[in-house]
Design a protein around this ligand. Structure first.
Ligand SMILES: [Zn+2]
Length: 127
């Protein structure tokens, strides 16, 4: 079989195997690399990790943290999100802190890490 060049783009990171999605990503790419293919993962960096490039078991991993606040719908069974935050909240791109959102400002400062980031309004169905 000829050697393939495989590029995987992922919203989860192969640098921190925190859950099932990360493990599936890692196992699939690791096995392709062990079969002799050239494999690269472009992914989100884990929370608090600077942009990074790493080689692991023949897989080239390029991880970049998100640069903007994500707007997240409040899960119906959320227990740690105060009810007075409403149906949506914002997720800090650096420290993953959750914070309430008011209005539609273009930027938001994180009350935990003090980072000032733009808000990714166009990535959501937020009214
Ligand atoms: Zn933060």
């Amino acid at each position: 079989m000829s050697r393939l060049r495989v590029l995987t783009v992922s919203d989860v990171s192969a640098l921190a195997l925190e859950g099932g999605a990360e493990r599936v990503l890692w196992e699939a790419t690791r096995r392709l690399a062990s079969a002799g293919h050239a494999v690269r993962i472009l992914s989100r960096a884990p929370a608090g990790v600077a942009p990074r490039r790493a080689q692991r078991e023949g897989v080239d991993i390029v991880a970049t943290p998100p640069q903007r606040w994500s707007i997240v719908p409040r899960p119906s069974d959320a227990v740690r999100v105060p009810l007075d935050w409403g149906d949506w909240y914002a997720l800090c791109p650096t420290c993953r802190n959750r914070t309430p959102i008011k209005g539609h400002s273009a930027t938001l400062r994180c009350p935990r890490c003090a980072g000032l980031f733009q808000i990714a309004w166009e990535e959501t169905d937020h009214p």
